[in-house]
Design a protein around this ligand. Structure first.
Ligand SMILES: Cc1ncc(COP(=O)(O)O)c(C=O)c1O
Length: 357
C-alpha cells in the first residue's frame, strides 16, 4: 500500500548544459553512462530532508564515512522503457521501493518512504526521458541506493544516511545464453545472514568465486546452500528456474535468496497461463537425475538486467550437462518474449505492472 499523505517538495537544480546532444545511443554497454541528473535525499535527526534533483557528479565525502568501513550500503535496480508512443514506462517500481525497505531493516538502516521513492523516481525519469534509448534490448536502468554517512570509526549503526537514484541508459546485459557452474565450495549467503537483502557486501563476497569460475570459462555460478552445498539457490545475480517434465520449478524463497521482481512476475504469468509451477527445494542431485533421464527441458536465469536468460549448459563436479537447443525451449522463449514486450508497452498491461510517466 502506498501512503497518500502530502509529500515533501523536491527541489530541481538542472544542469546548465545537457550532455544529451553528445549521447550516442547506438553503442551502449551496461552501467557505463549516466544521465545529466540524479535524485538525492539526506537522513539526519530521524528524518529524510534536502530532497532534490541535482546534476549527476562526484560526491564530497569524509574518508571516515562509515559505509566505506562497515558496509551499511544497499541498492535496487529497475528499468524504464519507452512505449511506441514515447511514454516512459517503469516496471513495478513499488516492488523495488518495498524491497529497498526490507533490505534497510536487515541492515539497520532507516526506511525510505515508498511514496517518496516513487515520486523521486518519477520526477527523475520525467526529466531524463530523452535519455531512454529506443530499441528492443535498450532501457534506462535506474539505480536507487542508500549508504551510511556518519563520519565515525566504530562498529555501530550510522545516524546519518544518503539516498540517491542514478539513471543509466543501457544496452543488453548478456548477448547469448550462459554457461554456468554449480559452486560447491564458496557461499554467497548463509541462513541467518543477509542474502535476502540487496546489500552491497553480498556482491563483494561473490566476486572472487565468480572470477575463478570465469577463468574456467563460466559466465556465472549457480549458488548452492551455505550449509551442505546440496540445494540450488540462485545463479549469479539472478534467480533461477527449470522446466522439469513440463513443470516450472524454482527454489522456494528463503533468507539466503534475493526475492526477485522478475521471478515474482514470471511465476505470476506462468500461473495465469495455466502452467504447472512449483516453488520448492531443488537439490543438485535431483537436477542431475532429471537431466540424465531426459526430463530437464530448460534452465534459465531471471533478473531485471537480463529479464530472462537461457542457460546453455550446467557443469557440476567437472561434468557438463548441455541443455536442449534454444528453439525447442518453448516455455522460456514464450515467457521471455512476453515479458520483454510487456515492459515496452507492446502487450496489454493486464497485471497493471507499468507506471506510465
Ligand atoms: C542476487 C540477486 N538475485 C536475484 C536478482 C533478480 O532480482 P530482480 O528480478 O528484482 O532484478 C538480483 C538482481 O537484482 C540479484 O542481485
Amino acid at each position: 500500500m502506498i501512503e497518500t499523505q502530502t509529500l515533501p517538495d523536491i527541489r530541481i537544480d538542472t544542469v546548465v548544459e545537457s550532455r544529451l546532444p553528445s549521447f550516442d545511443p547506438n553503442h551502449l554497454k551496461f552501467g557505463r553512462q549516466f544521465t545529466d541528473h540524479m535524485f538525492s535525499a539526506e537522513y539526519r535527526d530521524g528524518q529524510w530532508t534536502n530532497l532534490r534533483i541535482m546534476p549527476y557528479g562526484p560526491l564530497k565525502m569524509s574518508p571516515a564515512t562509515s559505509a566505506l568501513h562497515y558496509g551499511q550500503s544497499i541498492f535496487e535496480g529497475l528499468k524504464a522503457h519507452k512505449a511506441p508512443d514515447g511514454t516512459p514506462l517503469i516496471f513495478r517500481p513499488e516492488e523495488n521501493a518495498r524491497r529497498l525497505n526490507a533490505s534497510a531493516v536487515r541492515m539497520k538502516m532507516p526506511k525510505f518512504p515508498e511514496a517518496l521513492f516513487l515520486k523521486g523516481l518519477t520526477k527523475l525519469v520525467q526529466l531524463e526521458k530523452g535519455w531512454i534509448p529506443q530499441g528492443e534490448d535498450y532501457s534506462l536502468y535506474l539505480r536507487p541506493f542508500m549508504f551510511a554517512t556518519d563520519e565515525f570509526l566504530g562498529v555501530k549503526p550510522s545516524e546519518t544516511y544518503r539516498f540517491l537514484i542514478l539513471a543509466s541508459p543501457a544496452g543488453s546485459y548478456y548477448t547469448k545464453p550462459v554457461r554456468v557452474k554449480v559452486e560447491t565450495h564458496y557461499t554467497r549467503a548463509a541462513s541467518g545472514g543477509t542474502g535476502s537483502a540487496k546489500a552491497a557486501g553480498n556482491y563483494a563476497g561473490s566476486l572472487y568465486p565468480a572470477a575463478l569460475g570465469q577463468q574456467d570459462g563460466f559466465d556465472q555460478l549457480i549458488w548452492t546452500d551455505g550449509q551442505e552445498h546440496k540445494y540450488i539457490e540462485e545463479s549469479g545475480t539472478m534467480n533461477i528456474a527449470f522446466i522439469i517434465d513440463g513443470t516450472l520449478v524454482t527454489p522456494a524463497l528463503t533468507d539466503s535468496i534475493l526475492p526477485g521482481v522478475t521471478r515474482k512476475s514470471v511465476l505470476k504469468i506462468a500461473r495465469q497461463w495455466g502452467l504447472p509451477v512449483e516453488e520448492r527445494k531443488i537439490s543438485v542431485a535431483e537436477l542431475v537425475d532429471a537431466y540424465k533421464s531426459g526430463r530437464l527441458q530448460d534452465a534459465f536465469g531471471l533478473g531485471t538486467a537480463a529479464t530472462l536468460i537461457q542457460i546453455e549448459s550446467i557443469t557440476y563436479n567437472g561434468e557438463e550437462f548441455v541443455l536442449p537447443e534454444l528453439p525447442s525451449r518453448e516455455i522460456s522463449n514464450r515467457l521471455a518474449n512476453y515479458l520483454r514486450r510487456l515492459k515496452r508497452g507492446l502487450e496489454e498491461d493486464t497485471f497493471n505492472w507499468l507506471l506510465r510517466i
